[in-house]
Design a protein around this ligand. Structure first.
Ligand code: ATP
Ligand code: MG
Length: 449
């Protein structure tokens, strides 16, 4: 992408309305624009990051055996009357009346609709286990939307729903999602810690929240230090096998939000040198809720003995539009965002220090072509702007590597690479720059771990 042809409305000043750093940085880096309270447009740079986040979520859902579909945003109230939630949901639900006076709503979640799909088509226990997911916009009329896309009214959710014959099979489905989530957050470049959680209005017996550790998190969290940096289950994990050892291994170490524990219980349970009291951002939530929806909505299959069995269900959410600011909260510095490579809008920014100088332009064009050919995701800053402004933009938008070339370096056949995260700089022969960048970037994509 050539920056001169891109749409990147960066702001010099820090916007006053933003209270937390991720919101400030997303506005300053031209990632989002507020359209109404709790409603945002995703501008190209933000959308590019969001799509990388989504792709990782999809890959890990698919790997775990979940199957993607897409349900509508606007739903009929009748389905929600069947489960009893139409009245129970309260003011968070955006209710709509269509031209025929039919009650509709903008979906805050999809348990009812997915249960309806299931009961329409699935008849036999032989079709289980089944896990269906989609990534779709939700609307919740939050009392206090805040912190940009961290808590918005319209937001994107990946919501998966599992269907099983009994509780034991449901637990296995739960554990598959648990492992998929460990992998997902690791690949997104954040520390995502599973914590025992309250099941909330959706209800249920088994519930874990995944929290990204960040000082501005809304939840106080207490955890065992060894959970931080604990190696995640590898890419070749057999999702059809027994995942309970992994599940036990992770859940035997103490980790809970303040809703579920208190400092005294935490201190009693964890050795002093392993105690971490921190703050967290909830980015995912997995629940098992048995027959809460399948029973009233009559979602049953024929069991092995020919009798009807009401299926057991679980639901599994992740918020991609919350994850983007959560990643920023966990990874930034005074100059701007510091993207993990796996979700960075661009992996490399090529900075032409003297746009308009024929020799530098030509050398940068060649490099730009080579970087693209090497499969790197490149932004080429070809604008006629002072070097200082280019460096500031590159730092602000958080591209992991800057490849810097000007007339002086060119004369000596040298380019410079700046590592955004550490500030380290290396000077190297022009001819080796592309290979060097590939070597730096590829392992950090975390797509083969
Ligand atoms: P919270 O406790 O933060 O209000 P929740 O428990 O109501 O969230 P869930 O129903 O568990 O949320 O939704 C699953 C995921 O959807 C959450 O883990 C979060 O990542 C995301 N999410 C929920 N509400 C919002 C929101 N208002 N804005 C952005 N993302 C959200
Ligand atoms: Mg939740």
């Amino acid at each position: 992408m050539r920056l001169s042809r891109y749409f990147l409305p960066v702001l010099k000043e820090s916007p006053k309305e933003a209270e937390i750093v991720s919101h400030k940085l997303m506005l300053r880096a031209g990632m989002i624009k507020q359209q109404a309270a709790g409603s945002y447009s995703w501008l190209p740079l933000g959308f590019k990051v969001l799509n990388k986040v989504i792709k990782i979520i999809e890959e890990e859902q698919d790997r775990s055996g979940a199957v993607q579909l897409l349900m509508p945003t606007v739903q009929s109230a009748d389905l929600w009357r069947e489960s009893g939630r139409y009245d129970a949901y309260g003011k968070e639900m955006l209710r709509i009346v269509d031209r025929h006076e039919r009650d509709m709503l903008y979906g805050p979640t999809n348990e009812e609709m997915i249960t309806d799909i299931f009961r329409t088509y699935v008849r036999s226990y032989k079709d289980l286990p089944l896990n269906l997911y989609h990534i779709q916009w939700k609307f919740r009329d939050e009392v206090r939307p805040r912190f940009g896309t961290m808590r918005s009214r319209e937001f994107l959710m990946k919501d998966a729903y599992s269907f099983d014959l009994d509780e034991a099979a449901s637990q296995r489905a739960f554990q598959r999602m648990f492992v998929a989530y460990l992998r997902t957050f690791y690949r997104l470049g954040v520390v995502g810690i599973p914590m025992r959680a309250d099941a909330g209005p959706i209800g249920g017996d088994m519930s874990y929240e995944f929290q990204v550790l960040a000082d501005t998190g809304e939840s106080a969290v207490f955890l065992h230090k060894d959970l931080i940096g604990k190696p995640i289950p590898a890419i070749d994990t057999d999702f059809r096998g027994d995942l309970s050892p992994i599940f036990k291994d992770w859940t035997s170490l103490f980790a809970a939000t303040d809703e579920m524990t208190d400092e005294a219980a935490f201190k009693a349970a964890v050795p002093e040198d392993k105690q971490v009291a921190a703050r967290g951002i909830e980015v995912g939530h997995i629940f098992y809720f048995g027959t809460k929806y399948s029973k009233p909505m009559k979602a049953a299959v024929t069991g092995p003995d020919g009798k009807d069995v009401i299926v057991h269900m679980g639901s599994y959410g992740i918020g991609p539009t919350r994850l983007v600011p959560a990643i920023i909260e966990a990874s930034h510095d005074d100059a701007g965002i510091v993207w993990p490579v796996s979700v960075a809008p661009f992996e490399v920014v090529l900075i032409n220090l003297k746009a308009g100088d024929a020799a530098t332009d030509a050398a940068c064009e060649t490099l730009y072509g080579e970087l693209n050919a090497a499969g790197l995701d490149v932004l080429y800053d070809d604008r006629d702007q002072p070097a200082g402004a280019k460096f500031a933009t590159a730092d602000l938008i958080g591209v992991p590597y800057q490849l810097i070339l000007g007339p002086r370096g060119l004369k000596e056949g040298q380019a410079e690479i700046k590592h955004r995260k550490t500030g380290d700089r290396e000077t190297l022969p022009l001819a080796t720059a592309v290979d060097r960048l590939r070597t730096l970037v590829e392992p950090q994509r975390r797509d083969k771990v």
